[in-house]
Write a protein that binds this ligand. Structure first.
Ligand SMILES: C[S@@+](CC[C@H](N)C(=O)[O-])C[C@H]1O[C@@H](n2cnc3c(N)ncnc32)[C@H](O)[C@@H]1O
Length: 342
């Protein structure tokens, strides 16, 4: 196979040149010795330096043959490459792409390329809409591979079966789930409002000494996957209710049930449920309140908490404000941890 032999110290410069001129053959792994690097290339071109030469040699096939953009260099124009998002979510064996309108006519080809270069991906979908409605679900369009929206995903020592179209699920929250798990003390009773496919309940069950975890989810599909995930992970201390938090909370209150920790992962409208959280709080309950805010407006979350506590005659203290993701340019997903002190 044809290769370009260049001095090792100039490797980066030449690799960039080969990629930009669409000469780099990234199906194969480059080789090097003490002084030179050998890049597999697609064709000869004019070289005016004596220390750079073309050599015929064999190369190993690359297992992970580069990123998506590099693999599309020969098939998309410079402008098209510049608008293609380099990153994509991979949930289990499903990759979810965001394809700009201008590239829709090439979306199948892009998806098939991704399938070819990443052997762990079995299905490629694209986001066909934003997260919508009460269930916060997102429409997907099938692009390549096995036609499914269901996959098994692993994080924080658990396996989660999810349908990426029927239920809200974000892998970007796995660190946040780990953070919350790190705060749980032995014997806690925990309420997870808006539990979805139960990632919080299952992660807390398998990674903390909590006594009991209750999840409430209004989406019947989310509830169904939640029940499945309890089974898959053999969780003994998780209970899930399918219903509206506004309806279930007063029922729990009638039974005088109180929680040590309440998690509110519904950033768009969690403030509408603060009264419910306070209803099931006792002295020293810790509440995790999520919101989407620009950095300059983080105080708005504190105001929502302050007003709700005032309405409900409760004293509280803010423990922490944590940035746990980026929602949009300059807009963060934040979590305010606060404790009820009276
Ligand atoms: C942003 S998702 C979070 C899901 C899950 N906790 C996770 O982290 O993957 C919010 C969830 O709240 C549910 N939801 C919305 N309003 C609700 C309500 N009034 N009562 C119970 N669940 C609700 C939605 O169906 C959705 O699954």
């Amino acid at each position: 196979m044809l290769s370009l032999k260049v001095p090792l110290k100039e490797a980066e410069k030449w690799k960039k040149y080969l990629v930009e001129t669409k000469n780099f053959n990234n199906k194969y792994r480059f080789k090097k010795d003490d002084s030179f690097i050998y890049f597999p290339i697609l064709r000869r071109f004019e070289v005016l330096r004596g220390d750079i030469s073309f050599v015929d040699m064999s190369f190993e096939e690359s297992k992970n043959s580069g990123d998506l953009k590099t693999n599309l260099i020969n098939f998309l124009s410079k402008e098209e490459l510049s608008i293609l998002k380099a990153s994509h979510d991979i949930i289990g064996t499903i990759a979810i792409l965001e394809i700009p309108k201008e590239l829709e006519h090439k979306e199948k080809f892009i998806a098939e390329t991704l399938l070819r270069i990443n052997k762990n991906i079995k299905t490629v979908l694209k986001k066909a809409d934003a997260h919508e409605g009460v269930f916060r679900t997102q429409k997907m369009k099938y692009l390549a591979g096995i036609n499914t929206t269901e996959t098994l995903y692993k994080e924080n020592n658990v396996s989660l079966l999810v349908d990426v179209e029927k239920v809200y699920f974000s892998i970007r929250l796995s660190n946040e789930r780990k953070r919350i798990a790190g705060l749980v003390k032995p014997g806690e009773d925990i309420l997870v409002m808006f539990s979805g496919a139960a990632p919080y309940p299952v992660v807390l069950s398998k990674n903390t000494p909590a006594k009991h975890i209750l999840g409430i989810e209004i989406n019947p599909d989310g509830h169904k996957y939640g029940l499945e995930n309890i089974k898959i992970n053999k969780c003994k201390n998780v209970e899930l209710i399918c219903g509206d938090v506004h309806v279930i909370v007063p029922e729990l209150n009638n039974k005088n049930i109180r929680y040590d920790r309440i998690i509110m992962p519904l950033p768009k409208t969690a403030d509408e449920f603060l009264d419910d959280a306070l209803m099931l709080s006792k002295k020293s309950t810790v509440i995790h309140f999520y919101d989407f805010l620009e950095e300059s407006n983080f105080d708005e979350a504190k105001i929502k908490i302050s007003e709700a506590c005032k309405r409900n005659n409760r004293d509280y203290r803010i423990i922490n404000i944590v940035k746990c993701g980026q929602h949009a340019p300059r807009v963060f997903r934040i979590c305010v941890d606060f404790e009820i002190i009276n």
